[in-house]
Design a protein around this ligand. Structure first.
Ligand code: CU
Length: 160
């Protein structure tokens, strides 16, 4: 009889701190999945460099495709759009990817994401390097940090 031994610990051997010297970091990352096929990742991008850095792409083993998206309101309707040029972060400043605005979009999620799951994201900042992020799934989190445009609140338009 053959017995197989699986060493799950191997995957945890790469220290995330190894990427800190790239000059860009990510804070408060979390993932919200409103349906089984897609999820949005939100976070604060922090650029410690003297030059601007741009998030140009992302990938994850938890989704078939990962894109950079933003929400735009056109004629009162929120539309999600792909952002080809990426998300620039000015030198020594931060940029929030928040609900109702810029976000990292995970499409073709390989398995349903529940609270407490952790999603691995690889964020590509081009010349500024690549960052690995572990983002917890938090479907309950309120959009407190989001620069939320009006969301189904007709009263807000009445004073116009
Ligand atoms: Cu999106």
């Amino acid at each position: 009889m053959m017995k197989r031994q699986i060493f799950a610990a191997v995957a945890a051997m790469m220290p995330l701190t190894a990427f800190a010297h790239d000059g860009v970091s990510v804070e408060n990352a979390y993932v919200r999945s409103s349906n089984p096929k897609t999820a949005g990742a939100f976070m604060v991008l922090d650029n410690h460099r003297e030059t601007a850095c741009t998030l140009v792409g992302a990938s994850s083993d938890a989704a078939k495709r990962v894109e950079l998206h933003t929400n735009l309101e056109t004629d009162g309707v929120m539309k999600m759009m792909k952002v080809e040029e990426g998300f620039p972060v000015e030198a020594q400043s931060t940029r929030a990817l928040a609900r109702g605005g810029d976000h990292v979009m995970m499409m073709g999620v390989t398995q349903p994401l529940s609270d407490g799951d952790v999603v691995n994201l690889t964020l590509d900042f081009g010349d500024c390097g690549t960052i690995e992020v572990e983002a917890p799934v938090d479907n309950q989190r309120s959009p407190e940090e989001a620069a939320m445009p009006v969301e189904k609140d007709d009263a807000d338009h009445s004073g116009h």
